[in-house]
Design a protein around this ligand. Structure first.
Ligand code: NAD
Length: 356
């Protein structure tokens, strides 16, 4: 494999600690396989506001566009809460999604056997859950025409338009089917086709698209039923694909099934550079104290290897190393309980590195 350039954006709060941990793991896995990685650090969020007066400097956008992948910590914090809304730190994430044309958000929901007690579900229901939720990120009601609240016939009224085109549905369902081929070949498409015209188009195009994947089976669920099934029987799911609005809600519902926010990775994918980040924020309350759990970011680095560099084996090795360290009872402060061994952010990274 040729040399791959990774842009690292630590961001704010615990961002520096968790991205350093993930880079350490990427360096180790690269030294063990035929992958050559170079890293370039860039600013975004509050750190960029301090340095450049904007949350997403042009230099960061340019570097991200030219990179093979971007690894991001998290942005924002109380220091920048009172800046004008147009330069809020969190705008950096929306800006990167737009600039990189990221149309799919991938969230794996996998429960470590060692951490089952943290789930709000019973152990029997949650054990073995391994879901990939694929959310359309660039279309739908968040981007459709809006009518802000106004008086119509003497009544205050507002509206948002849910709009999808066939090509938008086709590309996200294609991506879900491709992802399913790396997993258990099952895709559930989630819509509200009994009520919404946009969902009926979604379902028709999903059926047409899945036919081109001989090994992949596609089924459909209404979003209300899917929300129930995620709690009642989450093990039934392999890949779930859905629109922007339903995905926003279902991905947070699915995330709490694991009970541990510091553990969950995500990927945002488009036609160019992919963006990889943990699902949590910048945790300013624990920044700089060695308390941050780096696993969500380390597993995001594994997704980077899988989806941007095609290095499936290296990704699997990182995921197995994380699981081994957890099974051995090592925990960062957020997951510490009597009987386990408490470790710092750096110690956790070192233990995972040691398994590779
Ligand atoms: P948060 O996710 O940062 O923190 C919520 C709680 O979880 C805190 O108690 C925190 O200490 C804990 N936590 C989060 N990640 C952890 C980790 N890796 N290890 C251990 N504990 C962890 O959410 P918040 O407090 O609502 O937001 C803080 C800042 O982050 C805000 O400025 C918010 O806008 C920003 N934010 C950024 C992103 C992003 O960059 N994608 C996402 C969400 C929030």
């Amino acid at each position: 494999m040729s040399e791959k350039n990774i842009v690292v954006i630590p961001g704010d709060g615990i961002g520096e600690e968790i991205t350093s941990a993930a880079v350490r793991i990427l360096n180790k896995i690269a030294s063990k396989s035929n992958i050559t990685l170079t890293f370039e650090k860039h600013l975004a969020g509050g750190a960029a506001i301090d340095a450049y007066g904007v949350p997403l400097p042009d230099s960061t956008i340019k570097a991200a566009k030219n990179a093979d992948a971007v690894l991001l910590g998290a942005v924002g914090g109380p220091k920048w809460d009172s800046v004008p809304p147009e330069i809020r730190a969190e705008k950096a994430i929306l800006g990167l999604r737009k600039e990189l044309g990221l149309y799919a958000n991938l969230r794996p929901i996998k429960v470590s056997e060692a951490l089952i007690e943290f789930s709000p579900l019973k152990a029997a229901a949650i054990s073995g859950v391994d879901i990939l939720l694929v959310r359309e990120l660039n279309g739908g009601i968040y981007y459709g025409a809006k009518n802000e609240a106004a008086m119509v016939n003497g009544v205050e009224q507002a509206s948002d338009l849910e709009i999808y085109s066939a090509p938008e549905v086709r590309r996200i369902v294609t991506l879900a089917c491709q992802a399913a081929k790396l997993r258990r070949n099952q895709v559930v498409s989630v819509d509200k086709a009994n009520v919404l015209a946009s969902s009926r188009l979604w379902r028709k195009v999903a059926n047409e698209t899945a036919k081109t994947f001989a090994d992949v089976s596609l089924s459909h669920l209404y979003v209300d039923n899917c929300a129930m099934q995620l709690i009642l029987a989450p093990k039934q799911f392999d890949v779930i694909v859905t629109n922007n609005l339903f995905g926003d809600i279902l991905s947070d519902e699915a995330a709490v099934l694991t009970g541990s926010i510091g553990m969950l990775p995500s990927a945002s994918i488009g036609d160019g550079t992919g963006l990889y980040e943990p699902i949590h924020g910048s945790a300013p309350d624990i920044a700089g104290l060695g308390l941050a759990n780096p696993v969500g970011t380390i597993l995001s680095a594994a997704m980077l290897l899988r989806y941007s560099l095609g290095a499936e084996q290296a990704a699997n090795q990182i995921e197995q190393a994380v699981e081994q360290v957890l099974v051995e009872g090592y925990r960062t402060a957020d997951l510490y309980k009597h009987g386990s061994t408490k470790v710092t952010t750096e110690e956790m990274a070192g233990l995972i590195e040691g398994k590779l």
